[in-house]
Ligand binder design. Structure first.
Ligand code: GLU
Length: 461
């Protein structure tokens, strides 16, 4: 049974777009194998918790359609799915390791640890704990009895080669001497990431751990833990982290990183997921646009490349535009209305869509393009004060039209331009600016037809 999971920490205002990518891969792999996709909230770093982060993360996953089979708000056989509600388990399992001698108590003070690190840094050694407490466990236990705070550490064996297979990266080997005696249980009774993740992945019967490459260096520690518990390790696949086109790590400063931002801007969830699917993986037929169903069918975990793909917002915008154009017109209209909270008059939305659809890359492009249909321009992008006479002539000529249609408007205005000896470009620019407020607008004659004769004449005086 394939069981995949994401294990977000509720430490940001929403799910990061990079984590949405990992979620997509986990979701797709579970779907492909008729397995289950699980969400577990890793909220053990109490100092970094952000209020409402968990709620937002879960909502955004749903908004993107990445529905999960088990999770904190939907429950499941292996509940609870929030680590803060599983503290007794971590205690039990760290006790098991203490009993086996693969973990030990440590009461070293912050000062001692700081001094140790400074010394090691001076001597150009890898900073790591010196196992000071390991040989004095009896004493340490006495100290703890007297109320001294303590942590529980993993007893990393020396001189061991730790090996594991990564589906994407092949065999990974590390020497245990480079690993620190990792804290497993903190002085506040919460587990560290390493203990929590191993215990929960095991108890929740996770078959594939698919996560970002930034966790690759933690995996050898996890392997040691699986060994210490005598549990079979799951399959590991570390997917690349998304990068900016300049190869730097995707960060808030360069691009919007919160997944819900894209939806708020009027991107379609399926377009964003299609784009993300292409990060580090290509369709066997080199297709760029494909449905989520098709992705699930043709996706292969081992075909994901290990190099960091570039997350290019311009390309994403292009792809979203392609999706918008493929939407049936009635659906398009509905989505625009929803996007603007049903505040725009339906009849205008319906009539203007054909004029602007080709130019739109996301729903939020609609209003700036069509604003002038809903309200008279408050200002003109070009100063028209020298054009008063011409505007008056346009007005009088347009007033004569009885059958108010785009082609009629066009003809009348062409004739007038000729008669007045004004260059067509300049003439229509003036008419465009006075009607729409802008130098660039949807097709003018058609727009004027939609605006109606009365309204157009009002804008000309
Ligand atoms: N809590 C980790 C995170 O915030 C989970 C990493 C993992 O998937 O093991 O992403």
């Amino acid at each position: 049974m394939v069981r995949t999971r994401i294990a977000p920490s509720p430490t940001g205002e929403d799910i990061h777009i990079g984590n949405l990518y990992t979620a997509l891969i986990n979701w797709a792999w579970a779907k492909k194998n008729k397995g289950k996709f699980i969400v577990r909230i890793e909220d053990t770093d109490r100092s970094r918790l952000v209020k409402d982060s968990e709620k937002k993360i879960l909502q955004t996953l749903k908004d993107y359609g990445l529905n999960y089979d088990e999770g904190p708000d939907v429950g499941g056989q292996y509940k609870p799915y929030r680590q803060s509600e599983r503290l007794s388990l971590y205690k039990k399992y760290s006790q098991e390791l203490l009993d086996k001698g693969t973990a030990y108590y440590c009461t070293c003070s912050r000062e001692r640890l700081d001094e140790l690190r400074t010394l090691q840094q001076k001597q150009k050694q890898v900073p790591k704990y010196d196992k000071h407490c390991l040989s004095r466990q009896k004493e340490v236990k006495e100290e703890i009895k007297k109320g001294r705070t303590y942590v529980i550490r993993l007893n990393v064996p020396s001189g061991r080669e730790i090996k594991f297979q990564d589906v994407i990266r092949g065999e990974i080997k590390v020497v245990s001497d480079n690993l620190d005696d990792q804290v497993l249980l903190k002085s506040d009774g919460y587990p560290t990431y390493h203990l929590g993740v191993v215990v929960d992945d095991y108890l929740m019967k996770i078959s594939h751990i698919i996560r970002a490459e930034e966790w690759l260096s933690s995996t050898p520690k996890h392997i040691l833990l699986y060994e210490a518990f005598d549990w079979p390790p799951p399959i590991f696949a570390h997917v690349p982290i998304l990068r900016n086109p300049d190869r730097s790590k995707l960060s808030k400063r360069k691009n919007p990183v919160w997944a819900s931002w894209y939806l708020k801007q009027g991107y379609l969830p399926e377009a964003v997921l299609n784009y993300l699917a292409l990060m580090g993986w290509s369709h066997p037929k080199q297709k760029e646009i494909f449905s989520l169903d098709e992705f699930v069918k043709v996706f292969e975990l081992k075909k994901v490349k290990s190099v960091g793909p570039a997350f290019d917002p311009v390309k994403l915008e292009w792809m979203n535009g392609e999706y918008l154009r493929k939407l049936p017109i009635s659906n398009f209209k509905l989505q625009i209305s929803n996007f603007y909270n049903n505040k725009l008059p339906d009849n205008i939305v319906e009539r203007t869509i054909p004029l602007v659809r080709e130019r739109m890359k996301k729903f939020s492009d609609y209003f700036p393009l069509c604003e002038f249909f809903f309200e008279r321009p408050k200002r003109h992008e070009v100063d028209l004060s020298a054009k008063k006479e011409l505007l008056k002539k346009m007005h009088d000529e347009l007033a004569k039209i009885s059958n108010w249609k785009a082609d009629k408007i066009g003809e009348k205005m062409q004739d007038l331009a000729k008669k007045e000896g004004v260059k067509t470009g300049e003439f229509f620019m003036t008419l465009r600016v006075v009607t729409t407020g802008k130098k660039i607008s949807p097709p003018l004659n058609e727009s004027m037809q939609i605006l109606g004769k009365e309204e157009c004449l009002k804008r000309l005086v």
